[in-house]
Design a protein around this ligand. Sequence first.
Ligand SMILES: Cc1ncc(COP(=O)(O)O)c(C=O)c1O
Length: 388
Amino acid sequence: MKEDTLITSVGRRPEDFHGVVNTPVYRCSTVLFPTLESYLGRGKNRFDNVTYGIHGTPTTYTFEEAMAALEDGYRSVSVPSGLAAVTAALMSFLEAGDHVLMVDSVYGPTRTFCDGLLKRQGVETTYYDPAIGAGIGELMRPETAVVFCESPGSMTFEMQDIPAIAAAARERGAKVLMDNTWATPVFFKAFEHGVDVSIHACTKYVAGHSDVLLGAITCANEEDWLRVRTTVSELGICPGTEEVYLATRGLRTMKVRLNHQQESGLAVARWLEQRPEVARMLHPALPGDPGHALWKRDFKGASSLFAIVLHPCSRQAVAAMLDGLELFGIGSSWGGFESLIIPADPEGQRTATTWNGPGPCIRLHIGLEAVEDLIADLEKGFQRLNAA
Ligand SMILES: Cc1ncc(COP(=O)(O)O)c(C=O)c1O
């Protein structure tokens, strides 16, 4: 089955729901059993059947089946947010005395989790240069249990050589966990490149409409899945089924949106690349990007999140540009239908590498608006920046 067909059909079972096309929202804590025996036996297959709301419902099973199939993984676990997917995945494979290798360009709250809760639980983190490739082997210790990747980094867009890192990790018995949110399962097939656990903030392109918080953890094999599923159950976290329903609905159109946003994102990026105010583009799909060769080798496409580095200019000048934008909202997150813009501040977020600007770094998310309108909005923004 081609991916376009898979994405529209996987996990649907209308025959189970009176012909209704989408698996409905199941609202439940309590599930009733017809006999004492069936109640007492409910622990068996509790992650496949509907036994109590926290373990899963037809709504969550549909979504997890779709995510796993798209990713070509074994099975998926849904959790209440992208950050919960990161933290639950890390906790599944780490215990006191372990060591984790964490990419220096990682999403800020993942770093906060390592430096906070993981440290308090006796897990040590070493940050590594995203460009390290096979050199990761030199940082590995006997107690290194996890190598965590995010490629490209969602603020500064450095690409990682995932197959080289995965090969080195596998040789030394460590798991490779990857935050694959930027590419989604459509643009990066994590398991084909050696990743063991693929993590998604489905809040972004999967849900796609800036109204849902949801995460998914997909594993390559049954053993890892059971470990993650058990950890998530032990933590007592589960997503709201309304959220899961909305994300499943978003997933059906994700590829169409992604293909469109890829083209719009590249069109805006190519225009920005020519601007005299822009010192550097941070977009792996542009041929001049240092990560372009890796992106071309391993990825099937690029989403519409990227950044620019301006020539040195004042904070007031950046504020004059951003404050007056009509189509770009100033706000966190990305992957929705609407364009967003925020300052990225890599300086405060690095410990293994140093960030050399030269000027302010600005992250853009390109939505589904007309490219001409977005460019006109940015052009007026540059006029304000230059006048400030
Ligand atoms: C790369 C990346 N991973 C994870 C997350 C966390 O997702 P959520 O906001 O759903 O917790 C984000 C959110 O911005 C992100 O950018």
